[in-house]
Design a protein around this ligand. Structure first.
Ligand SMILES: Nc1ncnc2c1ncn2[C@@H]1O[C@H](COP(=O)(O)OP(=O)(O)OP(=O)(O)O)[C@@H](O)[C@H]1O
Length: 485
């Protein structure tokens, strides 16, 4: 464990880092973040003893580091500096072996099996074994960087200080080095303090983060506490937004460009719809922010082409996603910018309506295959799987929704759909009760994201009122179309 208390230090009497206090437990990784010149490297230099502290203490395992001599400290703490001396004619193996220097009594005279193992392990972990015999100057910047990380690792110290360890590395090697650091922390109890510029990598790999601003600690804590958009915006003077990582419960940050290009948006009207025998298509000039339960490209994303594709009633495919991907390729649709739903309803039975609104306007498109509708509260009584029937609902909004509003809009639209089934007396054949939908309904809300952001999308909001009215009326019309065939 390392404990830093009220630490200050700088260059030639000029204080750079001021009054820094934090601790890192054994086996944990601390990431140091901050804008250029905020003092990250200086802090690491003061902690490692490269620069003298002008105030404060650093304790390793309860003992002040000033009580260690240089060799004893090097056994406790290994350092990867930001800039490396490039004037070397060593081989990779020799460079990594330098990490064992603090463990030698006479230089290389007492090379032990343990020294050899440490060097081999460090080279293997950083993926540089295959360059072992190569001279350092023959290596690329990224390969050299991995050798320096190997050198620090070979020191087998309890604490590893890394200044931008992913410098020069491509994403595969960034992942390799950081995975390795994390593995060493978890499996061997290595304590790590590293300066990283990439906030997203820091969030993924560090247990805690320290955010520096003008030589002082602006924030310290777990990634969720430090990577708050408002705080990052203030410290970096850049507009950012946070979002959730798709697999790991850690926040991610993305930049919001200053240019006005992204404000140029589409305006959708009925002319953007095209109905062929095989599909209903909405093609937009600019991508729409879309939330859906579609078959292809579901979830949240930006898409400029929406398809409701009509398939035969006996369409039974094991791998629907692959079949849809093949269809898109055959019909020359972009797989990455198209959202696809499937329906057994003939496309001519679609109902499409446009509604004026104070914020812009709203379009609703519905295909309603209600032949096998179910009452969701009674489906558990069924012994047999219901046949597929599908109500596909699109709500296209010429306006801007918050994330919350998108999900509320989905709820509002779904309630309006259910009300339409009630109004049209669509029943679950088995229970005889009013149906609430079918087994495979799909819903999509898409917005141009132009204009003032609407925070909410519930039934009594401006947008919610029109969704309620529009989805109800359009679904009723689509059900009538279906009944009249
Ligand atoms: N050798 C030095 N002598 C005097 N001042 C220095 C020296 N090295 C850095 N500084 C100054 O200390 C301040 C902090 O620099 P430092 O390198 O610690 O910042 P950093 O946060 O690591 O920046 P970066 O993100 O650019 O690497 C800067 O204003 C810098 O000019």
């Amino acid at each position: 464990m390392i404990v830093v208390e009220h630490l200050s230090g700088g260059y030639d009497g000029v204080p750079i880092v001021k009054d820094i206090s934090f601790s890192v437990e054994k086996g944990k990784i601390l990431g140091i973040l901050g804008p250029n010149g905020s003092g990250k490297s200086t802090l690491l230099k003061v902690i490692s003893g490269i620069l003298p502290a002008t105030a404060g203490t650093i304790k390793v395992d309860g003992k002040n580091i000033s009580s260690y001599n240089a060799r004893a400290l090097a056994k406790k703490m290994a350092v990867l500096p930001q800039l490396h001396a490039n004037a070397f004619s060593n081989s990779v193996r020799e460079a990594v072996s330098l990490g064992r220097y603090p463990h030698q009594s006479g230089f290389f005279s007492s090379w032990s099996d343990f020294d050899e193992q440490a060097v081999q392990h460090a080279m293997a972990q950083t993926g540089v074994t295959r360059y072992e015999q190569a001279p350092m100057e023959f290596l690329s910047g990224g390969e050299q960087q991995r050798v320096f990380v190997a050198q620090a690792l070979a020191q087998t110290a309890e604490i590893l200080l890394l200044d931008e360890p992913t410098n020069h590395l491509d994403i595969a090697h960034q992942r390799q080095i950081l995975d390795m650091v994390r593995k060493e922390a978890i499996e061997c109890g290595l304590t790590v303090i590293m300066v990283l510029h990439d906030m997203n990598l820091a969030s993924l790999y560090c247990d805690e983060l320290l955010l520096m601003e003008s030589g002082q600690m602006r924030a310290f804590g777990v990634p969720h506490e430090v990577l708050m958009a408002s705080q990052i915006e203030e410290v970096y003077q850049a507009r950012v937004a946070t979002y959730a990582h798709p697999e790991i419960p850690k926040p991610q940050i993305t930049m919001m460009p200053a240019s006005g290009e992204h404000l140029q948006r589409a305006y959708i009207n009925k002319d953007n719809f095209k109905v062929t025998e095989h599909f209903i298509q909405l093609q937009s000039e600019f991508p729409l922010k879309t939330v859906s339960s579609a078959v292809h490209n579901p979830g949240i994303g930006w898409y400029d082409c929406l398809l409701n594709r009509s398939v035969p009633g006996d369409y039974v495919i094991n791998d629907v996603k692959r079949e849809v991907a093949a269809f898109l390729q055959k019909e020359s649709f972009s797989s990455t910018s198209t959202v696809v739903m499937l329906t057994a309803v003939p496309t001519r039975l679609v109902a499409i309506n446009e509604y004026a609104a104070s914020f812009g306007s709203l379009l609703v498109a519905v295909t309603a295959g209600v032949g096998n509708a179910v009452d969701v509260s009674r489906v558990h009584e069924r012994q047999i799987e219901p046949y597929i029937g599908t109500i596909n609902t699109w709500v296209i909004i010429n306006g801007s929704l918050s994330e919350e509003a998108f999900f509320q809009a989905m709820m509002t639209a779904n309630e309006a759909k259910t009300k339409a089934l009630q109004s049209e007396d669509i029943r679950d054949e088995l229970s005889g009760t009013i149906a609430t939908g079918t087994a495979t309904d799909s819903l999509l809300i898409a917005a141009t994201q132009k204009g003032d952001e609407m925070l909410y999308g519930g039934p009594i909001t401006e947008v919610g009122k029109i969704i309620g009215k529009g989805v109800f009326a359009t679904t009723v019309q689509a059900i009538k179309n279906y009944k009249n065939g």
